[in-house]
Design a protein around this ligand. Structure first.
Ligand SMILES: NC(=O)c1ccc[n+]([C@@H]2O[C@H](COP(=O)([O-])OP(=O)(O)OC[C@H]3O[C@@H](n4cnc5c(N)ncnc54)[C@H](OP(=O)(O)O)[C@@H]3O)[C@@H](O)[C@H]2O)c1
Length: 276
């Protein structure tokens, strides 16, 4: 499935046939962040029709995005969102998987020729080559990859008051910055306030269901991007988009845009915006 070829925008009306390429660049997250005057936080997931975002690996090494729903057209849109970011949120789990060779670089516009236009998009705006990377972790149990320790990319680790001070010092030596943003858990409010004080505005969460719960619990998520692939997977061991306790306050979101992609089995690209 290549990322060439059009999609059908259903919302906002009137419906229209539009190119897939550029669909989410047009959302102009940087303008929204500027208008908000504070960190503007978006998250993105690809899910099966029965709500699976991750299923068990066959070798028993945890969960992974189901390969039968991951696809090039969704990946293109993932990159279009990532390229707009000042800061990408990821997790301790991501760095553990990265170290074990099970995860790839999040923003692929520098090493995948199909995203050359996105690399140019970022350069044209005078942005740093890579967005900064935020790692959320309570355990701090991960190695810092050489590409982060030796590179010029900003890395900020967000952790809790319960973290081992010696480990914090070690990570500070390697990456520069570790910020306490919660007592037993990093909180959405603590995270966003710290992000604001560091001067980042457009924030993209590429992390999973626990981080989404953290952002929802403090009502700091502005937009939720969901790709729903028309395929059911079943299975007993899986993740959905949110994991954690019942939210004290439900989060109300209004459909901002809906696009149908008929390629392959078909998928819906949805964007929801939090009602304030
Ligand atoms: N289909 C999709 O679109 C999609 C998107 C994202 C992720 N996924 C998949 O979902 C699975 C889980 O992803 P993930 O591990 O990145 O997601 P996650 O469940 O959001 O994050 C898990 C890790 O982040 C840290 N963490 C999360 N919330 C925290 C908090 N409030 N305070 C302190 N630490 C916190 C913890 O790290 P420590 O253990 O280091 O303390 C925890 O183990 C993976 O298989 C991933 O591939 C799928």
């Amino acid at each position: 499935m290549s990322d060439a070829g059009p999609v059908t925008r259903l919302v906002p009306q009137p419906a229209a046939t539009v190119p897939l390429r550029g669909l989410y660049l047009e959302h102009d997250l940087r303008r929204l962040a500027e208008a908000a005057g504070r960190p503007y936080v978006v998250a993105n997931f690809v899910t099966s029709l029965d709500g699976r975002i991750a299923v068990a690996r066959t070798d028993g090494t945890g969960l992974t995005v189901p390969s039968n729903i991951a696809n090039d057209r969704d990946w293109r849109l993932f990159q279009e969102l990532a390229v707009q970011a000042d800061l990408i949120i990821s997790s301790g789990r991501y760095l553990r998987d990265y170290a074990a060779g099970r995860a790839q670089e999040i923003l692929r516009v520098y090493d995948d020729p199909q995203f050359k236009d996105l690399r140019i998009w970022r350069a044209d705006r005078g942005l740093p080559a890579q967005p900064a990377l935020a790692i959320i972790s309570g355990s701090l149990d991960f190695p810092i990859p050489a590409v982060l320790a030796d590179g010029d990319r900003d890395v900020v680790i967000f952790t809790t008051e319960e973290s081992d001070p010696a480990r914090i010092c070690e990570l500070e030596r390697q990456t520069g910055r570790v910020i306490i943003a919660g007592a037993q858990q990093v909180t959405g409010r603590g995270l966003v306030d710290a992000i604001a004080s560091l001067g980042y505005r457009t924030v993209y969460s590429a992390a999973g269901p626990q981080v989404l719960h953290m952002l929802l619990a403090d009502q700091v998520l502005d937009r939720l991007y969901l790709t729903q692939v028309g395929r059911l997977l079943g299975g007993a061991s899986f993740s959905s988009i949110v994991e954690g306790g019942l939210l004290e306050r439900p989060v109300d979101m209004r459909l901002h845009s809906l696009t149908y992609d008929a390629a392959g089995v078909g998928q819906l690209f949805m964007c929801y915006e939090r009602l304030t």
